[in-house]
Write a protein of this length. Sequence first.
Length: 303
Amino acid sequence: MSEPARGALDSRIAAYRERIESVLDSVLALPDPGTTRLRDAMRYSSLGGGKRLRPVLVYTTGTALGAPLERLDAPAAAVELIHVYSLVHDDLPAMDDDDLRRGRPTCHKAFDEATAILTGDALQALSFQVLAGEPTTDVVEAAARLDMIRLLALGIGTLGMAGGQAIDLESVGRRLELPMLEDMHRRKTGALIETSVMLGAVAAGVRAGPVYGALREFGAAIGLAFQIQDDILDVAGTTEQLGKFAGADAARDKPTYPSIVGMAEARRAAAEQHDRAIAALAPLGERAAGLVELAHFVTGRGN
């Protein structure tokens, strides 16, 4: 990517990050949170950090298809709230037992385990509340919301994130065959990234057809590329770069692309998924420019 193009991409990502931060801040005001401790934990976990890749994908996809940013705020916030909930629960002692996330103590360390569990539960519920929105008499809008709710539910259930995490937990200390590792990655991480793309499409009024199919293929490829790159960075990155402890996967004896096929082949696999993602966007023509740039960003990132 040329320097001017990279500069434009960085500016656009920064603008989307600033926007979603403001949206999340408003959503997490929570005038009646049960306890202020729960609200504080939800805000601590959600605000002030993170790549925000998933909402950036919602905004980039939706705007490419002509949707105004205001229509994309709810799905962008919903998918980020789900992502944060998954991180809070993944970091718990019963799961990955991590002490550092986004460069600061994890939720259960900053608060306590019980509060962290409730924080994840509340963030998940809030995500669907935001996506459902206020009651409407607009049949088309209601149908689009229902489609988005269905997409998000599928992306985080047994066919997606939860199923992938279950495979991950059962795979510690085992050497998986590559197809099973890919299936785990597609579910655990890739499904929610693919869902982010599809939420942007549906919010823009694209609910079927060749462009919808192309975006689904793009989302699946870029989701797998992202997780392969994550595996690579766990080996090649530093704790300071990542905002979490580097080498954690190896320390837990988790199967990863580098541990199964080696670093060179892992990089080749990430590049292959990147190329598949780009090729999938052909039906969008010039409208795909922003998504193409994001694909370059995902496979070239350092954290």
